[in-house]
Ligand binder design. Structure first.
Ligand code: NAP
Ligand code: ZN
Ligand code: ZN
Length: 349
């Protein structure tokens, strides 16, 4: 066991604070990682504050991890000491079910072992995430990271990047497709960059008019203020695909109207309260309302290579861990450009 510095939530109402944790010794299949940067996902806030129910404490959040390998187990073949690596939203899964064998471990029949707020394989030890200086993970759940990209900007790819890349790929977004991204936050800004790199015509729907210039810089062709009823009416039946990243309760019907015949709106945002959906809006234009959960290891590696090839990283605000509680408050107000990333050097002794 190694005692590792970390920041944890002790309960749903306590601010995050210093909380040393134990990491296991490096097993034969394990990679020991010194964490350099960790992104702050809105899911960290939802879970630390128990907004989805069932949260487990003490909880060290963080599933957008990049770092350097410090040692490897005797039978590790994919990594060596000194490699740059990433860890995303899960650190293991059953490895035998249909989803795991298909490389879609996020849909594991037994439930993936999430990077935090979940259990290790022993079903007893709580998993603890990336707001810490180190982590030990089986090599099959570790990603290779290019040394050509801005490392803090790579961290958010491990969740925000793959969560947007996977549905864009699954629904075959590309040239000739009209795509709307709802919400220009951590996920949304990655969705804009990736969809535009895939060749789609991208429109951002945001509640903040001040984000227009950034949206266009990231590759959006159009920008719509989604609170403006008159402009929203002009957008009806326009889009083949909508990526809905909104983290708070909102009216799905308002955006379903924007889908063209046979269009699909994919929910990736997980508001704590489920909004109602009217059947007639779907039926009238054979529309689909769907959901998508992060992405498997294989697809995450593919996404990292796609981003390296297209020079895509997240726009980040780098903070010391001591500012994490303030960052959470700003995230809730959609006041972030466009992902907070913790520099774990601030947590060293
Ligand atoms: P974020 O950075 O806070 O971005 C959310 C954006 O939603 C905000 O920037 C804002 O964009 C918009 N928004 C917020 N409140 C709104 C409201 N009341 N009405 C309309 N728009 C609003 O969050 P994130 O990290 O991107 O995460 C987004 C959601 O995805 C969270 O619920 C998170 O838990 C979930 N998530 C899901 C998966 C998955 O696998 N499906 C993975 C990661 C995260 P504007 O300012 O542009 O309006
Ligand atoms: Zn996330
Ligand atoms: Zn499985």
């Amino acid at each position: 066991m190694t005692i590792t510095n970390a920041y944890a939530a002790i309960s749903a109402i306590s601010p995050l604070s210093l909380y040393p944790i134990e990491r296991r010794d490096t097993g034969i299949h394990d990679v020991q990682i010194e964490i350099l940067y960790c992104g702050i996902c809105h899911s960290d806030v939802h879970q630390a504050r128990n907004e989805w129910g069932g949260s487990k404490y003490p909880m060290v959040p963080g599933h957008e991890i990049v770092g350097k390998v410090t040692s490897v187990g005797a039978q590790v073949t994919k990594f060596k000491t000194g490699d740059l690596v990433g860890v995303g939203c899960f650190i293991d899964s059953c490895r035998t079910c249909h989803s795991c064998l298909a490389g879609e471990e996020q849909y594991c029949d037994q439930g993936m072992n999430s990077t935090y707020n979940s259990f290790e394989k022993d079903r007893v030890t709580l998993t603890q995430g990336g707001y810490s200086t180190g982590i030990v993970v089986d090599e099959n759940y570790v990603l290779r990271i290019s040394d050509k990209l801005h490392l803090p900007g790579v961290a958010p790819l491990l969740c925000a990047g793959i969560t947007t890349y996977s549905p864009l790929r699954f629904w075959k977004v590309g040239p000739g497709k009209r795509v709307a991204v709802i919400g220009l936050g951590g996920l949304g800004h990655m969705g804009v960059k990736i969809a535009s790199a895939m060749g789609a015509e991208v429109t951002v729907h945001s509640t903040h008019p001040a984000k227009e210039a950034d949206a266009r810089r990231m590759g959006a062709h159009h920008f719509v203020l989604s609170t403006d009823d008159a402009i929203m009416k002009t957008q009806r039946q326009h889009f083949d695909f909508i990526l809905n990243t909104v983290s708070a309760k909102h009216d799905y019907k308002r955006f379903l109207h924007l889908l063209a015949l046979n269009g699909t709106m994919v929910l990736v945002g997980v508001p704590p309260e489920a909004p109602p959906v009217a059947a007639n809006i779907l039926i009238g234009r054979r529309r689909t309302l769907a959901g998508s959960l992060i992405g498997g290891i294989r697809e995450t590696q593919e996404m990292l290579e796609f981003c390296a090839e297209h020079n895509i990283v997240s726009d980040v605000e780098i903070i010391p861990i001591q500012q994490v509680n303030e960052a959470y408050e700003r995230l809730i107000k959609a006041d972030v450009k466009y992902r907070f990333v913790i520099d774990l050097a601030s947590l060293k002794n």
